[in-house]
Ligand binder design. Structure first.
Ligand SMILES: NC(=O)C1=CN([C@@H]2O[C@H](COP(=O)(O)OP(=O)(O)OC[C@H]3O[C@@H](n4cnc5c(N)ncnc54)[C@H](OP(=O)(O)O)[C@@H]3O)[C@@H](O)[C@H]2O)C=CC1
Ligand SMILES: CC(=O)N[C@@H](CCC(=O)OP(=O)(O)O)C(=O)O
Length: 313
């Protein structure tokens, strides 16, 4: 079976990454618009409505316009922007979220591809909330650092392809990052987390950490309970791995590059049993499981292909 796929915004950072993953696949016919027609409304209308699946790699407003152009047509949509991640009627594109969620994505016509930080935060917290280990009313903080490609073309220019003298900087200082609604809704927390993102002078990669105290959790919880809850949730995933206690303890440090160039996410639980302090840690590629890899995984499910076809391990 061959399906046709149109990547709207296919010349941007995320769009190009997705195209690279799909270009070699015989079962996918890519609909392409030349550079001079890629913003032409009529050309986009035809391409969007002629595709079995459209992947939107556009700014939020342009993504909303694209969805309106398809209307109630037959084209299935995966939106990589922030526009529809918490919208009623859209399925959140994190297949490992809950049991049965792969099927929900496979049968959906509208999938909101997750934000890189948000998905990682949700990956670390949602299983603990489901297991009753982390109460929904806990006040949670999350610290993260991304490669500069996470900010798309504008941030790639800001960092001058690595030539910038800035090695590392934080941002989102008014504490209103656009991923907060998504983080709250799909983690199951009562409140948004206190989110401190930052960006480093490397192209791709991401490290996300959640500091927690065992005293915030269900009485008697140990780091081993946390690790087990995460391992059980992701046992059937080939992309998300939760390191066991021995492998985590053997690490002196976790680098942001650990999963760069792949579509994997590695999760570690670090603990001091004397102080009852925990660091939940996840590493991925902002362009991999954080964007393009996730979009291809969702496309595979929606197109009836092997979930992991074309993905990088
Ligand atoms: N980069 C990342 O790691 C991640 C990005 N995303 C999301 O994916 C989406 C795309 O981001 P990213 O690839 O980084 O951004 P880029 O800025 O690199 O690419 C966006 C692309 O969309 C094009 N575009 C803008 N407006 C229109 C329009 N009206 N019609 C057609 N094309 C248009 C741009 O063209 P031009 O440059 O000529 O304006 C550009 O090619 C965003 O919503 C972003 O939030 C999601 C997860 C991670
Ligand atoms: C480093 C950087 O700037 N990252 C982006 C998020 C990247 C991402 O997840 O994409 P969405 O824009 O689709 O949510 C930011 O913080 O706005």
């Amino acid at each position: 079976m061959t399906i046709s796929v149109f990547i709207d915004g296919g010349h941007g950072t995320t769009g190009l990454e997705i195209r690279e993953r799909l270009a070699e696949r015989a079962e996918i016919a890519l609909i392409a618009l030349d550079d001079d027609r890629r913003k032409d409304a009529n050309a986009r209308l035809d391409a969007l409505n002629g595709a079995d699946i459209a992947i939107l790699c556009l700014p939020d407003d342009a993504a909303r316009d694209a969805v309106a152009m398809v209307g109630n047509g037959d084209t299935k949509i995966i939106d990589a922007s922030t526009a529809h991640r918490t919208t009623a009627g859209w399925t959140y594109g994190f297949p490992e979220w809950e049991t049965g969620h792969r099927n929900a994505i496979a049968s959906s016509r509208r999938v909101g591809n997750p934000g890189c930080y948000a998905q990682t935060f949700i990956a670390l917290t949602h299983p603990l909330i489901l297991a009753g280990i982390l109460p929904g009313n806990t006040c949670v903080s999350v610290n993260a650092v991304s490669g500069y490609s996470g900010g798309g073309r504008a941030m790639i220019e800001e960092f001058g392809g690595g030539a910038s003298p800035t090695a590392f900087r934080n941002y989102a200082l008014p504490l209103r990052h656009k991923h907060l609604p998504e983080m709250q809704q799909h983690s199951g927390l009562d409140n948004p987390p206190l989110f401190s993102p930052s960006v480093a002078n490397l192209y791709q990669g991401m490290l996300v950490e959640i500091p927690l105290h065992l005293s915030q959790m269900r009485a008697g919880t140990t780091d081993s309970d946390i690790r087990t809850a995460l391992q059980e949730r992701y046992a059937d995933s080939r992309l998300i791995a939760v390191l066991d206690e021995e492998d985590s303890a053997a690490l002196d440090a976790v680098t942001i590059e650990r999963c760069a160039g792949t579509d994997r996410m590695d999760i570690m639980v670090f603990a001091n049993s004397d102080s009852g302090q925990i660091r939940l840690c996840a590493v991925l590629d902002n362009l991999g499981k954080g964007a393009a890899g996730a979009a291809v995984q969702n496309l595979n499910l929606m197109g009836g292909f092997d979930e992991y076809a074309g993905l990088r391990f």
